[in-house]
Design a protein around this ligand. Sequence first.
Ligand SMILES: NC(=O)c1ccc[n+]([C@@H]2O[C@H](COP(=O)([O-])OP(=O)(O)OC[C@H]3O[C@@H](n4cnc5c(N)ncnc54)[C@H](OP(=O)(O)O)[C@@H]3O)[C@@H](O)[C@H]2O)c1
Length: 363
Amino acid sequence: MTTPVLQSWPVQREFDPKNMPFRRLGPSGLRVPVFSLGGWLTLGGSVVGDPVKEIIKTAFEAGINMFDTAEAYAAGKSEQEIGRVIKELGLRRTDLVISTKLFWGLRKGPNDGGLSRKHIIEGTQEALARLGLDYVDVLFAHRHDPNVSMEEIVRAFNYVIDQGWALYWATSEWSAREIEEAYHVANKLGLVGPIAEQCKHHMFHRDRPEKEYAPLYKKYHIGTTTWSSLAGGLLTGKYNDGIPDESRFATHSDFFKDTVKQLQSPEGQEQIRKVKELTKLAEEELQTTVGVLALAWVAKNPNTSTVILGASKPEQITENLKAIEVIPKLTPEIMDKIEKILSNAPEPLPTYGRPALDKFGRI
Ligand SMILES: NC(=O)c1ccc[n+]([C@@H]2O[C@H](COP(=O)([O-])OP(=O)(O)OC[C@H]3O[C@@H](n4cnc5c(N)ncnc54)[C@H](OP(=O)(O)O)[C@@H]3O)[C@@H](O)[C@H]2O)c1
């Protein structure tokens, strides 16, 4: 038997988790930091070269060892930059949890995207080549593909796992019905199903993660790797008085033009009003910022495995990780106050007068 070569670059830095809590990723044995770091729009996109290194170094030295990317982020450059920096910083591969995602593809050919067996296998190989890694820890289906049978999707992800190119597979923005179908097909075929769902979850986006997926947490113990938990920055309060020049909504104005328009609508203004109220609560009762509160609130959710942070500057990581200290301060009283301000809690599923039980069958 030959020992697989885990890494071909020298280790220069030991991982110190500092005060980072770790959670299992869904039902798997994989432990992930409560806060991880993603590369959408930033790493390899608006941030290239040495600043990427500074951001990843800051994250790693603060206890973040999980990095999320996707084939489509900055058209493959995000994977390239993250892979380059891992080697330049001399990080040990076994210390890291690397996830990437397939679906959107990089080229326009009929087989360059989606979830066919062909794209899952070829897309994985191309992603690994860009990352310069032999495997990723978690491979996500970046969206569901209604044009491919679930059996083909499940078999292809299992093939990739059997080759050792990914250790686990997971979904992103799939409906509960689609995730459930994947479980049933995997079960029927004696194959492994997805372990996590990468979903949008923030104070103004709650229905899917908190209501639609509720039965999945109970039945399959899936975990979430949440994205845009600051609503792209809105929940830091930086957009309360307009769009600052250096901010994401300005630097990616085309992509966010609908978001900016929505902010001017009565619904958007109501969100800003809530951000201001939450700011007051954060400052007066928790001596923290509204952004830190927003991140701690998502992390407190028992179904959240990791909150994927986004950062255009190292200082944002340092600031956002203050949320670790705030999670235990979110007492039932504080959570009630937050709920009153948000007033958008999804209706629980009906139980017709019978008590709702938790995932272990307890009241
Ligand atoms: N699966 C999916 O479909 C999907 C979709 C989107 C994202 N994701 C993943 O989730 C990750 C995070 O998503 P996201 O970047 O949208 O998260 P986010 O936390 O909602 O937004 C991050 C952005 O907010 C601003 N920001 C962060 N901290 C700040 C602070 N302390 N003060 C002021 N501004 C701050 C920065 O933008 P500026 O400084 O430029 O304003 C930063 O890039 C992505 O990198 C990606 O890995 C997945």
